[in-house]
Design a protein around this ligand. Structure first.
Ligand SMILES: NCc1[nH]cc(CCC(=O)O)c1CC(=O)O
Length: 308
Protein backbone atom coordinates (compact mmCIF):
# COMPACT_ATOMS: atom_id res chain seq x y z
CA UNK A 1 0.00 0.00 0.00
CA UNK A 2 1.14 3.51 -0.75
CA UNK A 3 2.17 6.21 1.70
CA UNK A 4 -0.62 8.74 2.18
CA UNK A 5 1.19 11.34 4.21
CA UNK A 6 4.83 11.94 5.08
CA UNK A 7 5.13 13.33 8.61
CA UNK A 8 8.20 15.52 9.16
CA UNK A 9 9.69 15.84 12.62
CA UNK A 10 12.88 16.57 14.50
CA UNK A 11 14.69 13.55 15.84
CA UNK A 12 14.66 14.31 19.60
CA UNK A 13 12.83 11.76 21.75
CA UNK A 14 10.08 14.32 22.51
CA UNK A 15 9.65 15.26 18.84
CA UNK A 16 9.45 11.59 17.88
CA UNK A 17 6.86 10.91 20.58
CA UNK A 18 4.77 13.79 19.20
CA UNK A 19 5.11 12.53 15.63
CA UNK A 20 4.06 9.03 16.71
CA UNK A 21 1.05 10.43 18.56
CA UNK A 22 0.04 12.29 15.40
CA UNK A 23 0.57 9.15 13.33
CA UNK A 24 -1.54 7.07 15.75
CA UNK A 25 -4.38 9.60 15.66
CA UNK A 26 -4.33 9.70 11.85
CA UNK A 27 -4.40 5.89 11.70
CA UNK A 28 -7.34 5.73 14.11
CA UNK A 29 -9.28 8.56 12.46
CA UNK A 30 -8.93 7.17 8.95
CA UNK A 31 -8.79 3.44 9.67
CA UNK A 32 -5.45 3.16 7.93
CA UNK A 33 -2.33 1.14 8.75
CA UNK A 34 0.87 2.58 10.17
CA UNK A 35 2.78 2.54 6.88
CA UNK A 36 0.22 4.91 5.35
CA UNK A 37 1.82 7.65 7.46
CA UNK A 38 5.58 7.68 7.11
CA UNK A 39 7.66 9.51 9.72
CA UNK A 40 10.56 11.47 8.20
CA UNK A 41 13.22 12.70 10.65
CA UNK A 42 14.87 16.04 9.85
CA UNK A 43 17.84 17.56 11.73
CA UNK A 44 17.51 21.31 12.37
CA UNK A 45 20.07 24.01 13.23
CA UNK A 46 18.51 24.17 16.70
CA UNK A 47 19.48 20.54 17.26
CA UNK A 48 23.08 21.25 16.26
CA UNK A 49 23.64 24.41 18.35
CA UNK A 50 24.32 23.27 21.90
CA UNK A 51 26.81 25.82 23.21
CA UNK A 52 24.74 28.98 23.75
CA UNK A 53 21.24 30.09 24.66
CA UNK A 54 18.88 29.81 21.71
CA UNK A 55 17.67 33.34 22.34
CA UNK A 56 21.21 34.44 21.36
CA UNK A 57 21.71 32.01 18.50
CA UNK A 58 18.63 33.16 16.58
CA UNK A 59 15.57 32.07 18.53
CA UNK A 60 12.66 29.81 17.83
CA UNK A 61 13.03 29.62 14.06
CA UNK A 62 16.13 27.48 14.49
CA UNK A 63 14.01 24.43 15.24
CA UNK A 64 11.75 24.86 12.25
CA UNK A 65 13.80 26.16 9.28
CA UNK A 66 14.92 22.87 7.73
CA UNK A 67 11.54 21.25 8.38
CA UNK A 68 9.71 24.11 6.68
CA UNK A 69 12.05 23.86 3.70
CA UNK A 70 11.14 20.18 3.42
CA UNK A 71 7.43 21.10 3.52
CA UNK A 72 7.79 23.73 0.81
CA UNK A 73 9.88 21.35 -1.33
CA UNK A 74 7.22 18.64 -0.88
CA UNK A 75 9.60 16.18 0.71
CA UNK A 76 7.08 15.96 3.57
CA UNK A 77 3.33 16.76 3.73
CA UNK A 78 2.90 17.82 7.35
CA UNK A 79 5.29 18.85 10.10
CA UNK A 80 4.63 18.06 13.75
CA UNK A 81 5.82 20.67 16.25
CA UNK A 82 5.61 21.71 19.87
CA UNK A 83 3.47 24.82 19.34
CA UNK A 84 5.52 26.59 21.99
CA UNK A 85 8.57 26.43 19.73
CA UNK A 86 6.80 27.92 16.72
CA UNK A 87 7.55 31.51 15.68
CA UNK A 88 4.43 33.64 15.28
CA UNK A 89 5.38 34.42 11.67
CA UNK A 90 5.50 31.39 9.42
CA UNK A 91 7.06 31.32 5.93
CA UNK A 92 4.83 32.26 3.00
CA UNK A 93 2.70 29.32 1.93
CA UNK A 94 2.68 27.52 5.30
CA UNK A 95 0.21 27.53 8.17
CA UNK A 96 -0.52 25.79 11.44
CA UNK A 97 -3.59 23.94 10.22
CA UNK A 98 -4.35 21.55 13.09
CA UNK A 99 -3.77 21.12 16.82
CA UNK A 100 -4.06 17.90 18.79
CA UNK A 101 -5.99 18.00 22.10
CA UNK A 102 -3.79 19.89 24.53
CA UNK A 103 -1.89 18.15 27.29
CA UNK A 104 -1.63 19.76 30.73
CA UNK A 105 -0.01 23.15 30.07
CA UNK A 106 1.67 23.51 33.47
CA UNK A 107 5.36 23.52 34.22
CA UNK A 108 6.77 20.86 36.51
CA UNK A 109 9.55 21.11 39.08
CA UNK A 110 12.08 18.34 39.34
CA UNK A 111 13.90 18.74 42.62
CA UNK A 112 16.93 17.00 44.06
CA UNK A 113 17.66 19.09 47.15
CA UNK A 114 13.92 19.57 47.86
CA UNK A 115 10.58 18.59 46.38
CA UNK A 116 9.36 22.16 45.79
CA UNK A 117 10.95 25.50 44.87
CA UNK A 118 9.78 27.04 48.14
CA UNK A 119 11.70 24.40 50.10
CA UNK A 120 15.07 24.77 48.35
CA UNK A 121 17.95 25.88 50.58
CA UNK A 122 18.96 29.53 50.26
CA UNK A 123 21.15 30.21 47.24
CA UNK A 124 20.51 26.79 45.67
CA UNK A 125 21.14 26.41 41.96
CA UNK A 126 18.14 25.95 39.66
CA UNK A 127 18.80 25.14 36.02
CA UNK A 128 16.81 26.67 33.17
CA UNK A 129 17.59 28.34 29.88
CA UNK A 130 14.09 29.70 29.34
CA UNK A 131 13.94 33.45 30.03
CA UNK A 132 10.36 33.07 31.22
CA UNK A 133 11.16 30.31 33.69
CA UNK A 134 14.29 32.12 34.92
CA UNK A 135 12.26 35.27 35.60
CA UNK A 136 9.42 33.40 37.29
CA UNK A 137 11.86 31.45 39.51
CA UNK A 138 13.57 34.73 40.50
CA UNK A 139 10.21 36.30 41.28
CA UNK A 140 9.36 33.42 43.62
CA UNK A 141 12.83 33.09 45.14
CA UNK A 142 15.19 36.01 44.48
CA UNK A 143 17.91 34.28 46.50
CA UNK A 144 18.23 31.29 44.16
CA UNK A 145 21.09 30.99 41.69
CA UNK A 146 19.55 30.45 38.25
CA UNK A 147 22.00 28.64 35.97
CA UNK A 148 21.88 27.87 32.23
CA UNK A 149 20.52 24.48 31.30
CA UNK A 150 20.32 23.48 27.68
CA UNK A 151 19.82 20.38 25.64
CA UNK A 152 16.83 18.10 25.33
CA UNK A 153 14.77 16.86 28.25
CA UNK A 154 16.98 13.80 28.84
CA UNK A 155 20.17 15.89 28.83
CA UNK A 156 18.73 18.24 31.42
CA UNK A 157 17.66 15.41 33.67
CA UNK A 158 21.16 13.91 33.39
CA UNK A 159 22.67 17.26 34.45
CA UNK A 160 20.44 17.18 37.52
CA UNK A 161 21.62 13.67 38.36
CA UNK A 162 25.22 14.86 37.98
CA UNK A 163 24.54 17.52 40.61
CA UNK A 164 24.90 20.55 38.31
CA UNK A 165 21.78 22.03 39.95
CA UNK A 166 19.42 21.32 42.85
CA UNK A 167 16.38 21.42 40.59
CA UNK A 168 14.99 22.32 37.20
CA UNK A 169 11.72 23.17 35.55
CA UNK A 170 10.36 21.39 32.49
CA UNK A 171 6.99 21.25 30.78
CA UNK A 172 4.68 18.66 32.36
CA UNK A 173 3.39 17.83 28.86
CA UNK A 174 6.80 16.89 27.52
CA UNK A 175 7.59 14.71 30.54
CA UNK A 176 4.25 12.95 30.17
CA UNK A 177 4.81 12.29 26.49
CA UNK A 178 8.20 10.81 27.33
CA UNK A 179 6.69 8.71 30.13
CA UNK A 180 8.93 10.53 32.60
CA UNK A 181 6.24 11.87 34.96
CA UNK A 182 7.86 9.95 37.80
CA UNK A 183 10.76 12.43 38.00
CA UNK A 184 8.38 15.31 38.85
CA UNK A 185 8.40 16.42 42.49
CA UNK A 186 6.00 19.38 42.20
CA UNK A 187 3.62 20.99 39.69
CA UNK A 188 3.78 24.76 39.25
CA UNK A 189 0.42 26.55 39.64
CA UNK A 190 -0.89 28.31 36.53
CA UNK A 191 -1.39 31.59 38.38
CA UNK A 192 2.07 32.00 39.93
CA UNK A 193 3.97 30.21 37.18
CA UNK A 194 2.06 30.80 33.93
CA UNK A 195 3.18 28.70 30.94
CA UNK A 196 4.58 29.86 27.63
CA UNK A 197 2.03 30.54 24.88
CA UNK A 198 1.39 27.21 23.16
CA UNK A 199 2.85 25.03 25.89
CA UNK A 200 1.50 21.47 25.90
CA UNK A 201 -0.11 21.67 22.46
CA UNK A 202 1.12 19.73 19.44
CA UNK A 203 0.70 21.84 16.31
CA UNK A 204 0.65 20.55 12.76
CA UNK A 205 2.01 22.69 9.97
CA UNK A 206 1.09 22.19 6.32
CA UNK A 207 1.06 23.92 2.95
CA UNK A 208 -1.75 26.48 2.57
CA UNK A 209 -4.32 25.19 0.10
CA UNK A 210 -3.25 21.54 0.23
CA UNK A 211 -6.82 20.20 0.22
CA UNK A 212 -6.02 16.50 0.58
CA UNK A 213 -3.89 17.16 3.62
CA UNK A 214 -6.48 19.53 5.13
CA UNK A 215 -9.16 16.87 4.80
CA UNK A 216 -7.02 14.30 6.59
CA UNK A 217 -6.15 16.77 9.36
CA UNK A 218 -9.73 17.90 10.00
CA UNK A 219 -10.40 14.49 11.54
CA UNK A 220 -7.72 14.94 14.22
CA UNK A 221 -7.96 18.70 14.84
CA UNK A 222 -9.17 19.75 18.30
CA UNK A 223 -11.27 22.91 18.01
CA UNK A 224 -10.91 24.24 21.61
CA UNK A 225 -7.14 23.75 21.49
CA UNK A 226 -7.04 25.62 18.20
CA UNK A 227 -9.00 28.50 19.72
CA UNK A 228 -6.82 28.66 22.85
CA UNK A 229 -3.74 28.66 20.62
CA UNK A 230 -5.15 31.39 18.36
CA UNK A 231 -5.56 33.58 21.45
CA UNK A 232 -2.14 32.82 22.95
CA UNK A 233 -0.32 33.21 19.65
CA UNK A 234 -2.08 36.52 18.90
CA UNK A 235 -0.96 37.75 22.34
CA UNK A 236 2.62 36.67 21.60
CA UNK A 237 2.59 38.07 18.06
CA UNK A 238 1.50 41.51 19.28
CA UNK A 239 4.27 41.59 21.91
CA UNK A 240 7.32 39.74 20.61
CA UNK A 241 9.68 40.78 17.88
CA UNK A 242 10.09 44.00 19.81
CA UNK A 243 11.91 42.44 22.69
CA UNK A 244 13.45 39.66 24.69
CA UNK A 245 11.00 40.32 27.50
CA UNK A 246 9.73 37.03 28.89
CA UNK A 247 6.08 36.41 27.98
CA UNK A 248 3.61 33.95 29.45
CA UNK A 249 0.07 33.36 28.24
CA UNK A 250 -2.57 30.72 28.71
CA UNK A 251 -6.14 30.43 27.46
CA UNK A 252 -8.74 27.92 28.63
CA UNK A 253 -12.12 27.25 27.07
CA UNK A 254 -14.98 26.08 29.27
CA UNK A 255 -18.73 26.31 28.65
CA UNK A 256 -18.16 28.12 25.38
CA UNK A 257 -16.20 30.88 27.10
CA UNK A 258 -12.52 31.65 26.52
CA UNK A 259 -10.59 32.87 29.56
CA UNK A 260 -7.08 34.19 29.01
CA UNK A 261 -4.32 35.20 31.43
CA UNK A 262 -1.11 36.81 30.19
CA UNK A 263 2.02 38.06 31.88
CA UNK A 264 5.11 40.02 30.94
CA UNK A 265 7.98 40.03 33.39
CA UNK A 266 11.45 41.56 33.64
CA UNK A 267 14.22 38.92 33.36
CA UNK A 268 15.24 39.58 36.98
CA UNK A 269 11.68 38.86 38.12
CA UNK A 270 11.25 42.14 39.99
CA UNK A 271 8.73 43.77 37.67
CA UNK A 272 5.74 42.14 36.05
CA UNK A 273 2.40 43.05 34.53
CA UNK A 274 -0.55 40.74 34.33
CA UNK A 275 -3.59 40.86 32.10
CA UNK A 276 -6.84 38.92 32.18
CA UNK A 277 -9.36 38.79 29.35
CA UNK A 278 -12.31 36.72 28.30
CA UNK A 279 -14.86 36.37 25.56
CA UNK A 280 -16.35 34.12 22.94
CA UNK A 281 -13.96 31.39 21.69
CA UNK A 282 -14.58 32.47 18.10
CA UNK A 283 -13.05 35.83 18.99
CA UNK A 284 -9.90 34.12 20.26
CA UNK A 285 -7.35 35.98 18.15
CA UNK A 286 -8.95 39.36 18.86
CA UNK A 287 -9.00 38.66 22.61
CA UNK A 288 -5.28 37.80 22.57
CA UNK A 289 -4.42 40.82 20.46
CA UNK A 290 -6.38 43.22 22.68
CA UNK A 291 -4.88 41.70 25.81
CA UNK A 292 -1.44 42.41 24.36
CA UNK A 293 -2.33 46.04 23.70
CA UNK A 294 -3.77 46.39 27.20
CA UNK A 295 -0.72 44.92 28.94
CA UNK A 296 1.57 47.04 26.76
CA UNK A 297 -0.33 50.16 27.82
CA UNK A 298 -0.17 49.10 31.48
CA UNK A 299 3.56 48.42 31.40
CA UNK A 300 4.55 51.40 29.24
CA UNK A 301 6.86 51.20 26.23
CA UNK A 302 9.98 51.50 28.41
CA UNK A 303 9.24 48.10 29.87
CA UNK A 304 10.13 46.51 26.55
CA UNK A 305 13.32 48.47 25.90
CA UNK A 306 15.15 47.82 29.12
CA UNK A 307 16.47 44.28 28.93
CA UNK A 308 17.90 43.66 25.46
N1 LIG B 1 11.75 24.22 24.20
C1 LIG B 1 11.72 22.80 24.25
C2 LIG B 1 10.35 22.29 24.45
N2 LIG B 1 9.40 22.52 23.55
C3 LIG B 1 8.24 21.96 24.01
C4 LIG B 1 8.50 21.36 25.21
C5 LIG B 1 7.55 20.65 26.06
C6 LIG B 1 6.29 20.15 25.41
C7 LIG B 1 5.27 21.21 25.17
O1 LIG B 1 5.28 22.29 25.75
O2 LIG B 1 4.36 20.92 24.36
C8 LIG B 1 9.85 21.55 25.50
C9 LIG B 1 10.60 21.08 26.67
C10 LIG B 1 10.25 21.82 27.92
O3 LIG B 1 9.94 23.02 27.88
O4 LIG B 1 10.29 21.20 28.99
Amino acid sequence: MQTFLRIGTRGSPLALAQARETQARLMAAHGMPEHAFEIVVITTSGDRIQDRPLSEAGGKGLFTKEIEEALLERRIDIAVHSSKDMPTQLPDGLELSAFLPREDARDAFIGKAARAIAELPEGAKVGSSSLRRQALIRRLRPDLDVVMFRGNVQTRLRKLDEGVAAGTILAYAGLKRLRLEHVITDLMPLDTFPPAPGQGAIGIESRIGDRDVETMLTAIHDVPTGQALACERAFLAALDGSCRTPIAGHAVITDNRLVFAGLIISPDGTQSHEIKAEGHPEEAARIGDEAARAVRAKAGEDFFDGWA
